[in-house]
Ligand binder design. Structure first.
Ligand SMILES: *[C@@H]1O[C@H](CO)[C@@H](O)[C@H](O)[C@H]1NC(C)=O
Length: 154
């Protein structure tokens, strides 16, 4: 029982923070345009499948991008599956699944807020070490890129 308490407090704190933020920034969140970029840095072949967007095969240097506007319900969410294929056998080497953008405050905060008319850009970089995020297309490696997720070997 006692170990549940800290988790509950953290949950509650997160919840209250979300409510406070929701009450302070409702108008500049709705309709704010976002653009997501996913760039393959050095993985020989990656297949990326994101909700509603179909599958893309990215070789090193390739990018995929899409744009959307945050709606009133803030219900935009994009979960993506990444498959690292062996470049000769095309067998699955590693995979990863995570949300590249969701309606929570985490991703909009990471990407940055902006005036209504300016597109907020969110950058993901796919590397053999894992998945890095930045709110600008900084050169890599640099401290602008934050490692967020790793690969799972099959
Ligand atoms: C990021 O910058 C690099 C180097 O200038 C460029 O080659 C690449 O196309 C840019 N990527 C995006 C998604 O803008």
């Amino acid at each position: 029982m006692s170990f549940i308490k800290p988790f509950f407090c953290i949950f509650l704190l997160f919840h209250i923070t979300s409510i406070l933020k929701a009450n302070t920034t409702p108008s500049n969140k709705a309709f704010n345009p976002y653009r997501i970029f996913i760039t393959n840095r050095d993985v020989p072949k990656v297949v990326v499948g994101c909700d509603d967007l179909g599958a893309n095969t990215l070789t090193p240097g390739n990018s995929m991008t899409w744009r959307f506007r945050m709606n009133f319900e803030s219900s935009n969410a994009y979960g993506c599956r990444f498959y690292w294929l062996d470049d000769t056998t095309l067998g699955l080497r590693s995979y990863s699944t995570f949300t590249v953008f969701d309606e929570s405050f985490t991703m909009p905060d990471l990407c940055g807020h902006n005036a209504l008319l300016f597109t907020v850009r969110c950058y993901w970089l796919v590397t053999q070490d894992g998945f890095y995020f930045s709110n600008n297309n900084a050169s890599f490696p640099s401290n602008q890129w934050q490692m967020m997720y790793g690969w799972t070997k099959v």
